[in-house]
Ligand binder design. Structure first.
Ligand SMILES: [Zn+2]
Length: 574
């Protein structure tokens, strides 16, 4: 079907206001040769996969005002160009722009002064700490992140005793990968005032030995007992720089929208500042977190489109019901297979959660709740049912890592969105079977079952709380159930793998739906914003094991190039 015929179809059926606007733009541009309607600003040519079943491929798209005015054959689109129209040939295959459906932007860039232990052996970790201690000022905190005992032999949690030999003078705090647990030394335990008699705080756990003494591993909110290593002022100064660096990295990864899974009022103010300065390189969908931010938006109501160009939206809350599987804070119905004394932690009571749901629904605010263990998933669904949540609310389960088979149908029935991270296959393949045993491990990330049941699955990475934030490994992981390095061989419970087509939809179309943006994003069709990710090859024509070798060549947000690998240059972001 050529573009003119499609426009007539759209007009006669009057599908949606956005489509009608687009139709009239193109018709006026055609009839007047572009003189009266908004002129076509850019024509992109190349190969486009639209994810529109009516018109799955295009050779060119025309863009005006940041939106696609037509997608079709090169000849048809060429007619929409005027004298001032720019032409950009894309060097690859474009797919609808990738969303980071659950990200933590300031954590994406490396943190200066914080040791990074990702993928290190325990010996390498201890050596790095020893080296850091030698250069530290007296009494200075030593901090680090992203160790994972899944890379160690044996794969067991470390203790304060491991660190006390390196220094008893410097307090030490090292976050486990994912940030849901901290390994500390005796000096840090002393500064926190943690003794044998200190009770576990709500939503947290102090791991103890047989005699009841703290071993030096603090789970979830027990970490709040520690004094803050860095003064607040210093963090403030760093936060804008780090936020900018994180957002720039998303553009290089081909990401066009990020769902920030937990932003304070201060961070939302920074997003507004970048928006006003036209310096946001990706669209931002905010999940407001913390009492202050949530109180604010319960008063003012949601802000679905700050600035009117789809660049910033604040209309959801991030809540937490449990911790992580790696930190053994994820709430399980039955005890952990490798720690029978615990079933994880609960961050909220049922009454508190129900009250939050009630208040948010009253204001038209979406609830996105962190649930990793099967008990947390069940509790969330129970609370949604009690609260009268309907599919129109589009409430989200963030992570939904372990799901009892009977809950898959309930998620579908309630119209709840599963916001998942296929890159977790890296971590989970290292140790989830130890945590859960041979039966429950089959409930981990059941993406195939969820799609079969009709659940909307949106994808993200949760980076830096995961192996990687690069969405090429989301695509690869969804299809192959393997980590970035192609492990494990043959895939991890590969029956839950999905097709390339399904995977691309979870990364764009479904992520857009999860943010109430399906009329604006997620497909390359008339009326939607011109957001796309250009890959080095056609993912449909790439063998599944080679999907991870595809490279991002260009990222385009609203018709504006935010990353260009071929020229290594970038337009000013919108
Ligand atoms: Zn997260």
């Amino acid at each position: 079907m050529n573009s003119m015929k499609r426009l007539q179809t759209a007009k006669s059926f009057m599908i949606a206001p956005g489509i009608l606007v687009a139709a009239s733009l193109v018709l006026s541009a055609c009839e007047s040769g572009g003189a009266k309607g908004p002129p076509t600003e850019v024509v992109f040519t190349g190969q486009f996969i639209t994810l529109d079943p009516e018109n799955p491929k295009a050779e060119a798209i025309a863009v005006a005002g940041g939106r696609i005015v037509a997608a079709g054959s090169r000849a048809d689109i060429e007619r929409l160009a005027g004298t001032a129209t720019r032409r950009i040939a894309i060097a690859g295959v474009a797919v609808p722009g990738w969303a980071e459906g659950h990200g933590h932007p300031p954590g994406v860039a490396p943190q200066p002064g914080v040791l990074d232990f990702y993928a290190m052996s325990k010996e390498q970790v201890l050596n790095a700490i020893r080296e850091r201690v030698r250069r530290a000022a007296p009494g200075e905190w030593i901090t680090g992140r992203a160790w994972d005992e899944g890379f160690w032999n044996p794969p067991v949690y470390p203790t304060a005793a491991d660190l006390d030999g390196l220094s008893r003078e410097h307090p030490m705090r090292f976050n486990r990968l994912g940030g849901h647990g901290s390994w500390v030394n005796s000096k840090a335990l002393a500064l926190a005032g943690i003794t044998r008699t200190t009770p576990d705080p709500p939503g947290g756990r102090i791991v103890r030995d047989k005699d009841g003494n703290a071993t030096g591993f603090l789970v979830d909110r027990a970490q709040n007992l520690l004094p803050r290593p860095a003064p607040d002022a210093e963090e403030d100064e760093q936060s804008e720089t780090r936020l900018r660096a994180g957002l720039a990295q998303y553009a290089r990864w081909g990401v066009t929208s990020v769902h920030d899974a937990g932003a304070s009022l201060e961070r939302i103010a920074l997003y507004n500042k970048l928006l006003d300065a036209q310096e946001l390189p990706v669209r931002v969908y905010v999940m407001a977190s913390g009492d202050a931010a949530q109180r604010h938006y319960l008063e003012t109501g949601p802000e679905p489109d700050v600035g009117g160009k789809g660049m910033l939206s604040v209309r959801s809350f991030k809540l937490m019901l449990d911790g992580s599987l790696g930190g053994r804070g994820a709430a399980l119905t039955q005890p952990y297979t490798d720690a029978s004394e615990t079933r994880g932690v609960d961050m909220m009571t049922d009454a508190e959660f129900s009250e939050q749901i009630r208040r948010a629904r009253e204001k038209g605010i979406q609830v996105n709740v962190h649930v990793i263990g099967d008990r947390a998933v069940t509790r969330a669904l129970d609370a949604f049912e009690r609260g009268g949540v309907t599919p129109a609310d589009r409430f989200r389960l963030e992570h939904a890592s372990v799901i009892k088979p009977e809950d898959v149908q309930r998620i579908a029935h309630l119209g709840v969105i599963a916001s998942m991270q296929s890159v977790f296959v890296g971590e989970y393949s290292r140790w989830a079977e130890n945590r859960l045993g041979p039966e429950r491990v089959k409930w981990v990330m059941p993406v195939r079952d969820l799609l079969n049941a009709g659940v909307t699955v949106a994808q993200g990475t949760d980076y830096p709380a995961s192996d990687t934030g690069d969405p090429i490994y989301t695509l690869f992981g969804l299809v192959q159930r393997q980590d970035a390095a192609g492990r494990p061989q043959g895939g991890w419970y590969p029956a839950q793998g999905i097709s390339v087509d399904e995977a691309l939809r979870t990364m764009s179309t479904s992520a857009a739906f999860a943010a109430f943006q399906e009329n604006d994003l997620g497909k390359l069709t008339e009326g939607r914003y011109a957001d796309f990710t250009v890959l080095s090859g056609d993912p449909y024509q790439t063998s599944p094991q080679d999907l991870r070798r595809l490279k991002v060549r260009m990222t385009v947000v609203g018709g504006r190039v935010t990353f260009d690998a071929t020229e290594n240059q970038r337009d000013e972001p919108r």
